[in-house]
Write a protein that binds this ligand. Structure first.
Ligand code: SAH
Ligand code: SF4
Ligand code: F3S
Length: 470
């Protein structure tokens, strides 16, 4: 039997068990999916929720739910600590509601130390699985329900080292009706020396372009106007496939989809960003004027130790090419402060890179030692004191640069995709410009999901206040 059919059969079987579970808890069971980490995890969570709803659970954001699943991240240690903290709270809830089902999945679960700790100290967890067998969630859910209904206390642990399986077309519950992420590839082969992602997400594998296009077409038919193509390094899309395809060519195929209005993608590794891609972006009517291009450091010495395979000069040259082709492009980036061996002078080079490029935003992270990565055993781990001082200096430059950059469209008219009612003021809505900057303006819920023209009255740092034109 094909994997997809097998999982669909498990969805049907789980539905039958859920009726008994509903009798046990005394109402239609509720489910809460909590996501930690990146866009890739957010998309995986939509797949988990899709299956849970198909089985018959009712969606809630309240972790008092009958079924709670944490989709975890392990990119930095503080992500792990947050999970342990909140898991303790779930444990207390389970004391009051012993039929509560607790599941854990995602990147953190690919680490043996984590599994050891949970199976030892958090015995109330029902199910643990990893990133490679997420497509088997329906089957794992069925097995978990079976255990719970038979009063079996054993934790189901199912972790795989890697996979080459890509299972398409299982149910998905999108967070937004009008926009969606879509995986174009999984895993990463880059092995940046600080990064745990290649170890927990496995080797890079791309989906066939026809399957990606078919999925986007069905999303568009379902009301989606904006898509975000997702991968750890989208610029190396297509390697290993039997077709003659590059990321730039994939974008052209996606551009041709009727009804689709906006295309975004992330993440772009600077070393693989081709001239072909710049040309396609420049000539496109749908690709948004925003590029997230993680620099990580402004010091060539540190970049080499990070195994990023470009220098500060290469990065700046690339930015120049991009700006020449698309003067209205907004650039954002990721930066790490405190990589082993980093001196205050190196960090100052990172700050000067921020100014020189003029980033609209930079996510600035403190280096976190990840066991098993080459950087974890490098000498000269930087003192906390130095890291804090450098971090604060870089952050100040980031904020000042972003404030100036974001403001450069003040007084212009622009297209905005309206996303939601403003959380602070119900008379306002919030949307995004093509370059991803937020705009707040007066409007009502009938605008949600629509692309409208807005005058940018005033820049407020990282967002605009505007007026609806039409
Ligand atoms: N694939 C993407 C990023 C994935 S992780 C890319 O290559 O850009 C997101 C960000 O987390 C990275 O860009 C990096 O800035 C940060 N990061 C990864 N590992 C880290 C670590 N050990 N400590 C601190 N930040 C880290
Ligand atoms: Fe990590 Fe580097 Fe891969 Fe990004 S490209 S996921 S930073 S190893
Ligand atoms: Fe975190 Fe995994 Fe994404 S480690 S950043 S959730 S790929």
């Amino acid at each position: 039997m094909q994997e997809l059919e097998l999982q669909q059969e498990y969805i049907n079987k789980a539905r039958v068990l859920l009726a008994t579970y509903a009798e046990l808890v005394g109402h239609q069971p509720t489910a809460c999916v909590t996501t930690f980490g990146c866009q890739m995890n957010a998309r995986d969570s939509e797949k988990l929720l899709g299956i849970l709803l198909d089985v018959g659970f009712v969606e809630t954001e309240d972790e008092k739910a009958d079924f709670v699943i944490y989709n975890t991240c392990t990119v930095r240690d503080n992500a792990n600590q947050r999970v342990y903290g909140r898991l303790g709270q779930l444990g207390s809830m389970k004391k009051k509601n012993p039929n509560k089902i607790i599941a854990l999945c995602g990147c953190m679960m690919q680490e043996q130390v984590v599994i050891d700790k949970i199976t030892e100290s958090y015995r109330f967890v029902n199910l643990i699985f990893g990133t490679h067998n997420i497509y088997k969630f329906a089957e794992l859910l069925f097995n978990t329900l079976t255990n719970v209904l038979n009063n079996k206390k054993k934790i189901i642990v199912d972790i795989w080292k890697d996979t080459d399986q890509i299972v398409e077309n299982l149910p998905v519950k999108r967070k937004y009706p009008f926009k969606s992420g879509i995986n174009i590839m999984f895993g990463c082969n880059n092995f940046c020396s600080y990064c745990i992602v290649p170890y927990v997400r496995g080797r890079e594998r791309s989906r066939k372009s026809d399957e990606i296009v078919a999925e986007i077409k069905s999303l568009v038919a379902d009301g989606v106007v904006e898509i975000m193509l997702l991968g750890q390094n989208v610029n190396s899309y297509g390697k290993g496939l039997d077709e003659d395809i590059t990321f730039a060519k994939l974008l052209q195929k996606v551009e041709a989809i009727e009804g689709l209005e906006r295309i975004r993608f992330m993440t772009s590794h600077p070393k693989d960003l081709s001239d072909e891609l710049i040309e396609v972006m420049k000539n496109s009517k749908k690709i948004c004027r925003h590029l997230h291009l993680p620099a990580q450091s402004g010091s060539s010495r540190i970049l080499e130790k990070m195994n990023r395979r470009y220098t500060r000069e290469d990065y700046l040259k690339l930015v120049e090419k991009l700006r020449t082709a698309m003067p209205d492009l907004s650039l954002t980036t990721d930066l790490i402060i405190g990589f082993p061996g980093e001196t205050p002078e190196d960090a100052a080079e990172t700050a000067s890179l921020v100014e020189e490029v003029g980033f609209d935003n930079a996510f600035t992270f403190i280096y976190s030692k990840r066991t098993g990565t080459p950087a974890a055993s490098m000498p000269d781990q930087v003192s906390e004191e130095q890291v804090t001082a450098c971090f604060n200096k870089v952050l100040a430059v980031v904020q000042e640069t972003a404030r100036k950059q974001v403001a450069r469209f003040e007084g212009q008219d622009t297209e905005v995709l309206v996303e939601e009612i403003n959380t602070q003021d119900e008379e306002y809505v919030t949307g995004r410009m093509s370059n991803n900057t937020l705009v707040h303006f007066k409007g009502d819920s009938s605008l949600i999901g629509k692309i409208v023209k807005v005058h940018l009255d005033e820049s407020k740092g990282f967002y605009y206040l505007g007026t609806l034109i039409c």
